[in-house]
Ligand binder design. Structure first.
Ligand code: FES
Length: 108
């Protein structure tokens, strides 16, 4: 797991995700979705493991799953597993908000 500083403060993070609570950051070749849902930040790979559709606009349901807009596969925001194991798990990353900035911990 690698750590990347994204922002100097939580305020900058809030500005970045904006009113819709969503944004994408690029880490090298990788794009990662940042989503604010019910006061909690989530970070996960931008592309769905099933057929590489963007998950940026995927709804977050009451089970804390991101729902892919293309075929409605549902991925746990805790461990990335698809609810019916129809495809490989989504990579879930971590956001740490510290006094010296906001960090993204990216799984390899
Ligand atoms: S591309 Fe996401 S469920 Fe098929």
């Amino acid at each position: 797991m690698k750590s990347f500083k994204l922002f100097d403060s939580k305020h900058e993070l809030m500005e970045r995700v904006g009113e819709d609570g969503r944004s994408i950051v690029r880490i090298g070749e990788k794009k990662i979705c940042l989503v604010l849902n019910q006061g909690e930040f989530h970070a996960f790979d931008h592309l769905c493991p099933h057929n590489q559709h963007s998950l940026l606009e995927g709804a977050i349901n009451y089970k804390n799953e991101v729902v892919c807009p293309l075929h409605a596969y549902r991925f746990s925001l805790k461990d990335g597993s698809e609810c019916e194991q129809r495809t490989r798990p989504l990579k879930i990353h971590s956001i740490k908000i510290e006094n010296d900035g906001v960090f993204l911990l990216v799984k390899d």
